[in-house]
Design a protein around this ligand. Sequence first.
Ligand SMILES: Nc1ncnc2c1ncn2[C@@H]1O[C@H](COP(=O)(O)OP(=O)(O)OP(=O)(O)O)[C@@H](O)[C@H]1O
Ligand SMILES: [Mg+2]
Length: 347
Amino acid sequence: MDSQKIFLISSRKLGKTSIIINVLNELKKEELITIYIDIEAFSSHKEFLEIYLLTLIKETTTINKILTFIRNLMPGLRIELKFDGSGKPLLSLSYSHNDKELNRIALKIYDLPGIISEKRKKRVVVAFDEFQEILKFNGKNIEGSLRTSIQHQRNVGYIFAGSKRHLLNEMVNSPQNPFYKIGPVMFLKKIEEKQFFEFIKEKFISTKFKISDETLFKIIEKVENIPYYIQMICHELWNYKLLKKEISIDDIEIVIDQLVRENSQNFHIEWSRLILNKRRLLKAIVIDGGKNVLSIEYIKRNELYYPSSVQRTLKSLIKDGYLDQDDENNYYITDLLFREWIRKLHI
Ligand SMILES: Nc1ncnc2c1ncn2[C@@H]1O[C@H](COP(=O)(O)OP(=O)(O)OP(=O)(O)O)[C@@H](O)[C@H]1O
Ligand SMILES: [Mg+2]
């Protein structure tokens, strides 16, 4: 992990964030300075920089030394420091609002982990979660500056994680992009069924629930061993049978139905916003599966249009997060409850 730059890619809800947080916690125990930033949370480059800077400072010094820290390590940087109602610091960069000036500030902030590492004589690890979201705020510039800055940082490791594999792949695999071949790319695979089985069986048994092996496997199969949904369904089942403490195989559909119903108003709104081409393709994938979607037979069977139009629609649905591709490049609907809701449109 030494000063490596690692890309960690997986589909949604497979446990990226959990694994990163776990790794960072372990490294923290070994006296490394660890920084976690979820880029999806920000709506602008400026906001990202402000929170990144504040997080770097908070992990390095105490709150009352923020201004001294900036004066010493980042001379010339102008900031405004406020405290919210609960006493939490809020930092705002003050600069004449133009992109060039912001980029100049950005470079200083990107250099900071290296400087901190040197001053504190500690290694630093920075994890950017949902890193592809950086492309939303005027992309290339940021990638370029970040790359320039981090490649000289000997004692700082970086994790760039994300769920939009096509965007991340392009970032590391296209020679024209600044992050080209910056480091190894790791794909997080699904946890095996058998392991999940043992894990949830133990959880039910330890809370004195009766559940058959068949039912347990059915839960895992139904949600395609995606940890997020296993947790959701198990939690619902557990609540649903809190008094009786016995779960039957039919309960799975009952709680899924219930969850779908609870979300149906949102799904209706989302559905009504989708153009017909997209609805038709999503329905096809729910009913006919996501394999060979571009084949003539598939297109005919599902009354879609030309391969080129299907391809465009696929791309756009992936971009908006409705679809993703699994390890075999088959398409699937990312939100399992939305998938079940679409399925029920047909009954
Ligand atoms: N190793 C694991 N075993 C069991 N459950 C797990 C494991 N890792 C994560 N989970 C559960 O799976 C869910 C999703 O995990 P997490 O949020 O880390 O995934 P993610 O890939 O970051 O998702 P997203 O795409 O939404 O960012 C969480 O509810 C978490 O508790
Ligand atoms: Mg995550």
